[in-house]
Design a protein around this ligand. Structure first.
Ligand code: 5GP
Ligand code: ZN
Length: 112
């Protein structure tokens, strides 16, 4: 079972911010900014590239959850970044789809 599936099942601990029947949001264990939350589907999906045309609802729910997390953690006014790393070459290190919600500091562009 992957590390994020273990968080979904409760086998591994996480600081959960929000959850419903489809998605889970929790604080990143190695934050890259004052606020760094990961939003994941409860279902094991390897990456964005592994989603299908029929996954519109799930992908929408991940984005809605990212917005809700930003509201809950007071990132809306200051701005926040929403990132999906797809594939090892883009920095993906956990192969269970996740959306990073990062804020609380000034963001640079382009990302490295
Ligand atoms: P990626 O590099 O795949 O885009 O992002 C994976 C993220 O998961 C990293 O930011 C890493 O710090 C985080 N992470 C890895 N293992 C755990 C864990 O067991 N718990 C939590 N909360 N975050 C994790
Ligand atoms: Zn998984």
């Amino acid at each position: 079972m992957c590390v994020f599936c273990k968080i979904v099942s409760g086998e591994a601990a996480a600081r959960i911010v929000f959850q419903d029947e489809d998605v889970l949001a929790f604080h990143d264990v190695n934050p890259q900014a004052p606020t760094h939350v990961l939003v994941i589907p409860r279902r094991h999906v390897v990456s964005l590239a592994d989603t299908e045309d029929g996954d519109t609802e799930l992908l929408g729910k991940l984005m809605q959850c990212a917005r809700r997390v930003a509201e809950m953690l007071d990132l809306v006014k200051s701005g926040y970044r929403v990132v999906i790393n797809n594939g090892a070459g883009a920095g993906q290190s956990v192969f269970h789809l996740h959306v990073h919600v990062i804020g609380g500091r000034r963001m640079r562009w382009p990302p490295g």
